[in-house]
Design a protein around this ligand. Structure first.
Ligand code: NAD
Ligand code: ZN
Length: 252
């Protein structure tokens, strides 16, 4: 964990704060780590009830067709976790940045809606949102919760299976969202990757795109990642501690 008494970190945060002016164009790329301090498990953390399943085994279309009730129950469980937690200081700091600079965009791989709940208005959801569901036959959004009792399967009025509006392993990202994300990565002057392991593509390719377009790259993560070597500066520590500290150092 980072120690803010460390002169190095303090001065690196200070010089980052100096780079941020009212004209800045900032992109945040966030992953499961930014929500960890809210109590949302990352895919790699142990999640009691569901310990015996690997996310890769449930978060794909074939598993859903084979056992829709099981996959729906897992998503209902995860949606309940998300509904019962609050955005943390990291989410709040990111939302606060919008009022400090000309452009601030959040590109998130998270499906938990916590950036929006923290007040961020420009959020690009690359992997969908766990609080939405739709019918795989008629495509209509399903209002209400997925069933959870007695192994029941939730069906649409048309009889079709209802699935969460998230991107599963092996599925394409929403083309429009990714196109907009790439546009921001190309145009920004500061790209801040927070709480993502940088192994899930194509999202993990966005920092390289930003860098090749001239952006300054920053990483905030509790550990080194596949993206670390690409970064101009890496802060090793919790996003809920480092981001508020950065905000407190902003000059205006
Ligand atoms: P990941 O689980 O692969 O990586 C999480 C990263 O966050 C790790 O590098 C870890 O070191 C770091 N981290 C953990 N706690 C942190 C903290 N307090 N501060 C800063 N960093 C911290 O997550 P990913 O890169 O987002 O990719 C996994 C996929 O899982 C994504 O596609 C995402 O859609 C999905 N997912 C989403 C959620 C969610 O919506 N909250 C939760 C689990 C998984
Ligand atoms: Zn339907």
């Amino acid at each position: 964990m980072i120690s803010f008494s460390s002169a190095d970190t303090e001065s690196a945060l200070d010089s980052l704060a100096e780079k941020i002016t009212s004209n800045s164009y900032i992109v945040f790329l966030t992953g499961a780590g930014v929500s960890a301090e809210s109590g949302v498990p990352t895919f790699r953390s142990v999640d009691g009830l569901w310990e015996k399943f690997k996310p890769e085994e449930l978060a794909n279309f074939n598993s859903f067709i084979k056992n829709p009730a099981l996959v729906q129950a897992w998503y209902r469980h995860r949606a309940e976790i998300v509904n019962n937690v609050k955005p943390n200081r990291g989410h709040t700091a990111i939302a606060h940045m919008e009022s400090k600079v000309a452009t601030c965009v959040v590109i998130t791989q998270n499906v938990d809606n916590l950036h929006q709940r923290a007040g961020s208005r420009e959020v690009i959801e690359l992997h969908g949102n766990i609080l939405r569901n739709y019918c795989i036959d008629c495509g209509v959004q399903f209002d209400g919760d997925l069933l959870i009792e007695n192994g029941e399967t939730t069906l649409c009025k048309c009889g079709g299976l209802v699935r969460p509006d998230v991107v599963w392993f092996g599925e394409m990202l929403p083309a429009n969202s990714f196109r907009i994300a790439e546009k921001h990565a190309r145009k920004c002057d500061l790209f801040i990757s927070v709480g993502t392991s940088g192994v899930v593509f194509p999202a993990a390719g966005l920092p390289a795109l930003a860098k090749s377009s001239g952006a300054f790259l920053v990483e905030i993560n509790t550990e080194a990642t596949d993206l670390s070597s690409l970064m101009d500066v890496t802060f090793q520590g919790k996003s809920g501690e480092i981001l508020p500290k950065l905000m407190s150092l902003l000059k205006s």
